[in-house]
Design a binder for this molecule. Structure first.
Ligand code: KIV
Length: 263
């Protein structure tokens, strides 16, 4: 696989080739995903919930995303690295948004940034600063207090039309791709048709140009209820629990370490 970039993402859409993305938050996991041929890695602000144990993504800071982006960037050779812009890092002023996006690239090693909702002015300014920007529409977790929770968006015709219009505005502002989260499959198909940049779905049905999952969900690593759309691709959580029990028993019984497992 060639090194993934904004250009290879757009070319994949033109060829009708699907893009497979995952989240990652540390060096070792990023390296495994990269070596497995994943097209893009997002250091999502889901970091707050699946790594740091926060209740939602709102408490995640730029410093936290930066720290994890640095680790992930050291593990990647081929995948495109996207860093999430956390809550309040782009909403307040366009120049702050550009500065914060710049830090994720310059200090964190990100190759692009993602921000939620139709913040057209920051997107235009970040893209003008030569930083590729990914949009994120639909169920945007940084808006849960406005949305009233994690609910499917765009069910009403007017909301659906707004989402299609927003997607076009993001493309026009210079976004290279758009995440579509928690919207009906038919609407995701309509958005995908109406823009020439790739759409990346999560809980948005099969008609997007690519898919992304939070890896802890697809590996069954959290005991919290996981989203319905997150298929278990490997029960890593169960494997880890079994491995930890085996190790514990082996230490308690004096079986481990043996001579073969000493320095
Ligand atoms: O933060 C995140 O992991 C995300 C994905 C769910 C798209 O934004």
């Amino acid at each position: 696989m060639e090194k993934q970039s904004v250009q290879t993402f757009i070319a994949a859409k033109q060829r009708g080739e699907k893009l497979a993305l995952l989240t990652a938050y540390d060096y070792a996991t990023a390296k495994i995903f990269d070596e497995s041929g994943i097209d893009g890695i997002l250091v999502g602000d889901s970091l707050g919930m699946v790594v740091l144990g926060y209740e939602n993504t709102l408490r995640v800071t730029l410093a936290e995303v930066l720290h994890h982006t640095k680790a992930v960037s050291r593990g990647l050779k081929k995948a495109l690295l996207i860093a999430d812009m956390p809550f309040m890092s782009y909403q307040t002023a366009v120049c702050d948004a550009v500065k914060n996006a710049g830090r994720l690239v310059q200090e964190g090693g990100a190759e692009s940034v993602k921000l939620e909702r139709a913040y057209v002015e920051p997107i235009r300014a970040i893209a003008k600063a030569q930083i590729p920007v990914m949009g994120h529409l639909g169920l945007t977790p940084q808006s849960i207090h406005i949305l009233g929770g994690y609910k499917v968006q765009g069910k009403k015709p007017a909301e659906a039309q707004q989402l299609i219009d927003d997607a076009k505005r993001l493309e026009d502002a210079g976004a290279f791709s758009i995440v579509l989260e928690g919207i009906p499959a038919a609407l995701a198909a309509a958005v995908t048709e109406s823009v020439s940049i790739p759409t990346i779905g999560i809980g948005a049905g099969p008609n997007c140009d690519g898919q992304i999952l939070v890896y802890q969900d697809m590996f069954n690593m959290l005991s919290d209820p996981k989203p319905k759309f997150a298929k278990t691709f490997a029960d890593v959580g169960q494997l880890m629990r079994k491995g930890v029990q085996k190790y514990r028993e082996s230490v308690k019984s004096g079986e481990f370490p043996d001579d073969a497992h000493s320095y």
